[in-house]
Design a protein around this ligand. Structure first.
Ligand code: ADP
Ligand code: MG
Length: 358
């Protein structure tokens, strides 16, 4: 069931369009991500959901009601920011109690809710500590406890982990997901970090230039980016410029690569996606390339030379030059290959993805 719904929401700052025609639905109990590069409008979108910015146009609905013009206080959403936004002069208890006091909760209830919120974030017995004595990770947990203490109908996160070091970020990420699950909360989580979004979110909207380009589950986005820009942003894709040959049948496309002059074949579900004799892009993930030492020259099997080998623990990356076409493969074992060796790269047709032009 849809809990939060944005319909054609737009926002300008002076002449800068920050958010353009954003529509999205967040289901009850969902951990929903907004992922995109810096400046793409994530924070502005989140602030409009919180009521801290007013949209120029469009509507925001929550639980079936139009809340576009409701004040932030009346929405009652919990927020966690990148910079924690704690009060340095107050102790941990008072920081967590802040939203409860603002809501004029009775003293006993405040004490009980603060204690249980601090237990949830694994900071029991920290009530009397000053926040400026705490580490960054502990401060961020206090900020999360403060957001959770009001038992918000919606939790909003704006890059809450980006000031933490890598190890702590991953640990806190796991705890955060577990906490939101346990409390059965609905969350909107803003980040520019793909790995973080993929690890945390049930569904993600990929944003660029103020617009949502694609919404889906992490695996869908990863395996089926709908557009070139999404494939580029989600990284580590081989993007191959090709031209579709007009000789090809409607369900099986034949493509000539613009670099290397190779022939690639793949099934084409929608004919209109692949115009004849016009350049377009095919994408394939590095882990989907098959690398062998011997092979025969045929379609989708490209002879190549090893340009670069990078050992990275469990996998190795191999950079290949296939007659001028640059490819990257990720393999478990580099199979004794060395720089300068020749090999064969197979691009399985079912792994090749035809991308829509942006
Ligand atoms: P993100 O969070 O994805 O980095 P923002 O929502 O902060 O992006 O910003 C989107 C665009 O709107 C940027 O071009 C930014 O410079 C602009 N912007 C954001 N807030 C303001 C503001 N208060 N005044 C003017 N421009 C702003
Ligand atoms: Mg931001």
């Amino acid at each position: 069931m849809t809990l939060l719904s944005l319909k054609n929401v737009s926002k300008h700052f002076d002449s800068t369009p920050a958010v353009a025609e954003v529509s999205l639905n967040v289901e009850r109990g969902e951990f929903f991500g907004l992922l995109g590069p810096s400046g793409c409008g994530k924070t502005t979108t989140l602030r409009m959901i919180a009521g801290l910015e007013k949209p120029d146009s469009g509507t925001i609905e929550f639980d079936g009601q139009d809340i576009t013009n409701l004040s932030p206080e009346r929405r009652g959403f919990g927020m966690v920011f990148q910079n924690y936004a704690l009060f340095p002069h107050l102790n941990v208890f008072e920081n967590v109690a802040f939203g409860l006091r603002a809501r004029h909760k009775p003293k006993a209830e405040i004490a009980q809710r603060v204690t249980s919120a601090l237990e949830l974030v694994q900071l029991p017995d920290y009530e009397k500590r000053r926040v400026d004595e705490l580490s960054g990770g502990q401060q961020q947990r206090v900020a999360i406890a403060r957001a959770v203490a009001i038992e918000p109908a919606l939790l909003l996160f704006d890059e809450p982990l980006s000031n933490l070091d890598v190890a702590l970020r991953e640990e806190t990420r796991g705890e955060l997901r577990e906490l939101v699950n346990r409390l059965g909360l609905t969350a909107v989580y803003v980040t520019h970090d793909q790995e973080e979004a993929f690890a945390l979110c049930d569904r993600i909207s990929v944003m660029m230039g103020g617009r949502i380009l694609q919404t889906g589950k992490p695996r869908e986005l990863y395996e089926h980016p709908a557009k070139i820009s999404v494939a580029r942003f989600l990284g580590r894709n081989n993007l191959i410029r090709v031209m579709r040959l007009s000789s090809s049948k409607s369900t099986l496309g034949e493509f000539k690569t613009l670099q290397g002059d190779h022939m690639l074949r793949l099934p084409i579900p929608h004919d209109e996606l692949a115009p004849m004799n016009k350049p377009c892009f095919l994408a394939i993930r590095p882990e989907h390339l098959l690398i062998t030492r011997s092979g025969a020259r045929s379609e989708n099997v490209l002879p190549a030379r090893v340009r670069e080998l990078n050992f990275a623990g469990a996998t190795s990356s191999i950079k290949l030059d296939a007659n001028g076409l640059q490819l990257e493969a990720l393999v478990l074992q580099p199979d004794g290959l060395a720089i300068g060796d020749t090999c064969f790269a197979t691009l399985p047709p079912e792994r090749l993805l035809l991308l829509k032009n942006d």
